[in-house]
Write a protein that binds this ligand. Structure first.
Ligand code: FAD
Length: 437
């Protein structure tokens, strides 16, 4: 059996190591703890949950609940540990974090094909040994610098600055008009939410005074001028947004025949048009404040958020552009990536990409080709996110994301809204066994 190296003993690395070892490959797991920790870590344990102890909803009619169910059915070590360490939390799967980490450490330590090495990996190995890099959102500096040198300056980001995404059918269509600026491109790709001067002023005041999500001690706000949080722009001056992402130039509201005072542009997030991104509205407002302040925009009064805006430290690759379909680097084909560093967000999502990469690599090393999971499954939909499979605009910036229904191909035919998630979930669980076998 083939020797494999996994770097990073977090959710993705431990899951990938387990899947490889179960398939009979000899895995060396390199984790820099206890010699060194990332600034978010407080313990020397593997699979440390650095913040919340919740793995979120367990309901299969919720995208992350479905993802967990697929991992469970696939024999995920992380999910087994979570069930073992479960504490009561209603619909959510929450865990005792120490019990959770200990379960994983014991399982890895007692597996005859896994060896743990406590060392920091300083550069991408070029010795040809199949390697999975799963070093997470706070990949240590030396390795991050080496990755950046190989993929290019712009292809490894150190900060997330993401804008909210709302469900298409929660947008008030009576309050928007479809048009691209100056009539360029497909008009249906953008929905414009016009604001009067009064509404604009209320919105700016809302942004400036809203409660912000506190930064961690290691996160000094180093914003890029091209990607400033909306509230930072609003605080620079009352008209800053009106000359920035809210500028109305090149847009005429067909209902009035005039240019609105300001607009918020919504861009189709997925090919099916089931979700829209608020263009240029990356934000650090707390989630309730995002609902309240974006609710000042007439078209978004009843908006349901699929993803909230966020700004935080996060090392992640521009995966659709710099990785191939195995999530490997074309210039170093023995090196592939897994977990949050590929541009997924969240404990379960990171574990899921570790699971997929571990399975695909294990098959390849045994002389078989395992294709990626079907796109109708949550595993496949999330993997598809790292390939920008459902992204409507392939040239748009690649943003990290939790798993959302917008990543799934739409259901054929018409269905009642209340039935859609159940049907998507049933479709996923029916498609999964074929891939797992
Ligand atoms: C501050 C913070 C809070 C978060 N809170 C949540 C939350 O509440 N809920 C949620 O779902 N998600 C949260 N996340 C996002 C994310 O889900 C977690 O970071 C998740 O742990 C990512 O899993 P991973 O396996 O990709 O990376 P990690 O779990 O971070 O694992 C990476 C491992 O690699 C090791 N490592 C790094 N560099 C090297 C190197 N060069 N050599 C050897 N080892 C190395 C690290 O020590 C670490 O153990 C948070 C992220 C951050 C940064």
């Amino acid at each position: 059996m083939v020797a494999v190296r996994v770097v990073g003993g977090g959710l993705a690395g431990c899951e990938a190591a387990w899947q490889l070892a179960v398939a009979g490959h000899d895995v060396t797991l390199h984790e820099m703890k206890p010699g060194k920790r990332t600034p978010a870590q407080h313990t020397n344990r593997l699979c440390e949950l650095v913040c919340s102890n919740s793995l979120r909803s367990n309901n299969v009619e919720n995208a992350v609940g479905l993802l967990k169910e697929e991992l469970r059915r696939g024999g995920s070590l992380v999910l087994r540990a979570a069930e073992h360490a479960r504490v009561p939390a209603g619909d959510a799967l929450a865990v005792d974090r120490d019990v959770f980490s200990r379960f994983i450490e014991d399982a890895l330590a007692s597996h005859p094909h896994i060896r743990r090495v406590s060392e920091e990996v300083l550069r991408l190995p070029d010795d040809g040994v199949p390697t999975v890099i799963a070093t997470g959102p706070l990949t240590a500096d030396a390795l991050a610098a080496d990755i950046r040198a190989r993929v290019g300056r712009d292809a490894l980001a150190f900060y997330d600055a993401i804008a909210p995404i709302v469900e298409a059918d929660s947008i008030d269509r009576g309050q928007v008009f479809a048009a691209s600026r100056w009539g360029k491109g497909e008009s249906a790709d953008y929905l414009n939410c016009p604001l009067t001067e009064e509404e604009y002023n209320a919105f700016v005041d809302g942004l400036v005074h809203a409660e912000k999500f506190p930064l961690h001690a290691f996160e000094e706000p180093r914003y890029f001028e091209g990607c400033l949080p909306a509230e930072v722009m609003a605080a620079r001056g009352r008209q800053t947004l009106a000359y920035g992402p809210m500028k109305p130039v090149g847009l005429t509201d067909p209902r009035t025949g005039r240019r609105p005072f300001a607009v918020v542009q919504l861009r189709k997030e997925d090919v099916a048009g089931s979700a829209y991104n608020l263009v240029g509205f990356q934000t650090r407002l707390t989630q309730p404040e995002q609902r309240r302040v974006f609710g000042i925009i007439p078209a978004l009064r009843q908006a349901r958020f699929l993803r909230y805006g966020a700004v935080h430290r996060n090392s992640y690759l521009d995966s659709p552009r710099v990785l191939d379909d195995r999530l490997a680097l074309p210039a170093l084909p023995h090196v592939r990536f897994a977990g949050q560093v590929t541009g997924v967000e969240g404990y379960v999502e990171s574990c899921a990409i570790g699971f997929v990469v571990g399975r695909m690599l294990a098959a390849e090393l045994s002389g078989r080709v395992l294709p990626p999971p079907p796109p109708t499954t949550a595993l496949g939909a999330l993997y598809g996110h790292t390939r920008a499979a459902q992204q409507a605009d392939k040239t748009a910036r690649y943003d990290p994301s939790n798993v959302t229904w917008a990543m799934f191909p739409p259901l054929p035919g018409r269905h009642r809204k209340d039935d859609r998630k159940r049907l998507m979930s049933e479709r996923a669980l029916a498609a999964l066994p074929g891939w797992l076998e």
